[in-house]
Design a protein around this ligand. Structure first.
Ligand code: GTP
Ligand code: MG
Length: 199
């Protein structure tokens, strides 16, 4: 798929105030600082569409972007942001959970995982939660430019092994780098494939 247009639509904390659920929607989620906003910019070819930062906790709202006048891409705040207060974390969990469970047109969630890390409890818990709620998701490993391909393969294998403890089969797996653009076409083609299936 070629991204011809990518426009910011609206930010909010209430799924009921999100745009009309009249087209397929894909949300990007994962730990704070894992590279969600950077990946969105890489996929859309717009360096500053989603706000990125070296400091975790940059994205705080549900941010809708319209792509090719055809589907929504959503940038979400990260989970596991250690510095957020307990109250802020609970609020976060509630509005994101409400969005994920109630957004009618949510077609797929991309769960971003830092490829440099071994399987993390918080990520495994989040993916299992998606399973319980029957929210379809794919795993997206980020920042692959930051490690050797053998180290990457090792971490991927560990993740797969861990996931197969809970799941009969693995969800789709993507490897990406927002620095090099690696993985862009495969991920966009996956979205295009689902969009066509929905027609
Ligand atoms: P929050 O909004 O705080 O939850 O973070 P986020 O997941 O949106 O992360 P963001 O895209 O803001 O990126 C966090 C940091 O990681 C920034 O300093 C990015 O430049 C860096 N980064 C993101 N993706 C990559 C990547 O593929 N390669 C490298 N080398 N750095 C990356
Ligand atoms: Mg962000």
């Amino acid at each position: 798929m070629i991204v011809n247009s990518a426009e910011f639509v609206i930010s909010n904390t209430d799924y009921r105030k999100c745009p009309e659920p009249d087209r397929p929607e894909y949300a990007f989620i994962g730990r704070s600082n894992v590279g969600k906003s950077s990946l969105i910019n890489m996929l859309t070819g717009h360096k500053k569409l989603a706000k990125t930062s070296g400091k975790p906790g940059k994205t705080q709202l549900i941010n809708h972007f319209m792509i090719n006048d055809n589907w929504y891409l959503v940038d979400l705040p990260g989970y596991g942001f250690a510095k957020a207060s307990k109250v802020a974390r609970i609020k976060w969990e509630q509005f994101i959970a409400d969005y994920l469970c109630n957004r009618k047109n949510l077609t797929n969630v991309f769960v971003l995982l830092d490829s440099r890390l071994e399987p993390q409890k918080i990520d495994l818990e989040f993916m299992n939660w998606c399973g319980e709620k029957e929210i379809p998701f794919a795993m997206v490993f980020t920042k692959i430019d930051k490690l050797s391909s053998s180290a990457l393969q090792k971490n991927l294998a560990k993740y797969k092994k861990e996931m197969l403890k809970y799941w009969d089969e693995l969800p789709p797996v993507f490897t990406t780098s927002s620095e090099s653009g690696f993985g862009k076409e495969k991920l966009l083609n996956y979205i295009e494939f689902i969009n066509k299936e929905l027609k």
